[in-house]
Design a protein around this ligand. Structure first.
Ligand SMILES: NC(=O)C1=CN([C@@H]2O[C@H](COP(=O)(O)OP(=O)(O)OC[C@H]3O[C@@H](n4cnc5c(N)ncnc54)[C@H](OP(=O)(O)O)[C@@H]3O)[C@@H](O)[C@H]2O)C=CC1
Ligand SMILES: CC(=O)[C@@H](O)[C@H](O)COP(=O)(O)O
Ligand SMILES: [Mn+2]
Length: 384
């Protein structure tokens, strides 16, 4: 029985992780659950999975949570960053799933690896901001960093059994988002409601907006660089609107292996949880005779400059990717609050990057400082 902590349990990845666990009775014990502000759903999850500990982001939500709980044998309740870190380091845990959004994933990831836990990582922002440090820590602790993001799970599945030095390049697929066929005039009229309608995936709002700007793919390029130890020149992005091929790898002999399936995150989540086993799961099966036509095209970076900004930040290295990420998070939430336009998102990110003097080989403190600086600087550009 694998003992699991799920951080971000009330979100899209978190609830699907619990669904995978629910479908494999006897395989997993949920020992810890962490969430942001959704105390009602967290209470339901605690009542169902009976973890030993749980935490919420804000102390003020604890009393509401307690009111919703049925009597528990023993349950430690905590809150805030310390609460998440305590869950990530629980002595009872074998595996920590990091499914919180944004840079809030950094501290629990470091804590889990430092405490000698294997980590199933959905949160890409952590690797974008602090990829070198996370990978070094995982290596030092001999702990696995198991990719959950569908493209990285695909690459990992394609590479299984091969050594990384046989790899020529990685081909990350992108759906292209809801505005793939829009022209630049259409993009000026994009509303929050339109941008939240992803063509293939039902995800949290932040990643859905990132998919619409192609920043999601940019963050995934940086995520792939760290997970698979390749250069940026070895990572290509191709738009594949049907999201059936989740990514592919090309080997040195020219052979290409791709991973396919209907878009359903429970498959990569389950693979990370049961690795190296493959067991029956709830993901729907491909019917080859009913597949849509699979098409591929180059990303239009003149319409979607975020992808280029991410390559640039990644190649610059140092604190620049953390700045890209923090400026993007700030701009995306401003767009969701209808304070800036859709096209304003990459503009803010670019302006913040232009002002940043990147620090090489930063430690975690310098990364978090750069993150805060970028949020404050992005905030200045939002006042227009
Ligand atoms: N959704 C998907 O299909 C995919 C997601 N990812 C990545 O996985 C991560 C999660 O995405 P997704 O599930 O879509 O996001 P959601 O917005 O659906 O869920 C985010 C989760 O994080 C919790 N949370 C937010 N802030 C905090 C905090 N400060 N402390 C503790 N918990 C917090 C939320 O709690 P609450 O709701 O209670 O406030 C919620 O449980 C992201 O990094 C995303 O890029 C990667 C690939 C696919
Ligand atoms: C499901 C998943 O992994 C998302 O990151 C997804 O890839 C988003 O789709 P885009 O390809 O549109 O960014
Ligand atoms: Mn993805």
């Amino acid at each position: 029985m694998k003992r699991v902590v799920v951080l971000g349990s009330t979100g899209s990845i978190g609830t699907q992780t619990l669904d995978v666990i629910r479908n494999l009775p006897g395989e997993f014990e949920v020992v810890g659950l962490g969430a942001g502000r959704n105390s009602r759903l967290l209470a339901e999850q605690i009542n169902e999975f009976q973890p030993r500990a749980a935490a919420l982001a804000e102390q003020e939500d604890l009393s509401r949570l307690k009111r919703e709980l049925s009597p528990q044998d023993k349950l430690d309740l905590d809150w805030g960053i310390e609460g998440m870190k305590n869950l990530a380091a629980m002595p009872e845990a074998d595996l920590v799933v990091i499914a919180v959004t944004g840079v809030a994933g950094i501290h629990p990831t470091f804590t889990a690896l430092s405490a000698g836990k294997n980590v199933a990582l959905a949160n890409k922002e952590t690797l974008v901001a602090a990829g070198q440090l996370v990978m070094d820590l995982a290596t030092r602790k001999s702990k696995a960093l198991l990719p959950v993001d569908s493209e990285h799970s695909a690459v990992w599945q394609c590479l299984y059994g091969y050594s990384f030095d046989q790899l020529e390049k990685i081909i990350l697929t992108a759906s292209g988002g809801p505005f793939r066929s829009a022209n630049s005039v259409d993009l000026e009229k994009v509303t929050v409601e339109m941008a939240l309608k992803h063509p293939n995936w039902n995800m949290g709002s932040k990643i859905t907006i990132d998919s619409a700007t192609l920043m999601n793919k940019g963050l995934e390029v940086i995520e792939a660089k760290w997970l698979f130890g390749v250069d940026y020149a070895q990572i290509d992005v191709v738009v594949h609107p049907q999201s059936i091929i989740h990514s592919a790898v090309e080997f040195k002999d020219g052979s290409v292996i791709a991973q396919m399936g209907l878009p359903d995150m429970r498959l990569p989540i389950q693979y990370a949880l049961t690795f190296p086993q493959r067991v029956p799961g709830p993901a729907p099966r491909l019917d080859w005779t009913k597949l849509p036509k699979l098409t591929f095209e180059a990303p239009d970076t003149s319409k979607f400059p975020s992808l280029l900004l991410a390559y640039e930040a990644g190649k610059t290295g140092g604190t620049m990717p953390a700045v890209l990420n923090a400026a993007n998070e700030t701009a995306v939430y401003a767009f969701l609050q209808k304070r800036i336009t859709f096209l304003g998102i990459p503009t803010v990110v670019e302006k913040v990057m232009e002002k940043h003097a990147s620090i090489n080989n930063p430690d975690l403190g310098e990364i978090m400082e750069a993150d805060l600086w970028a949020r404050a600087t992005a905030g200045e550009f939002l006042r227009f």
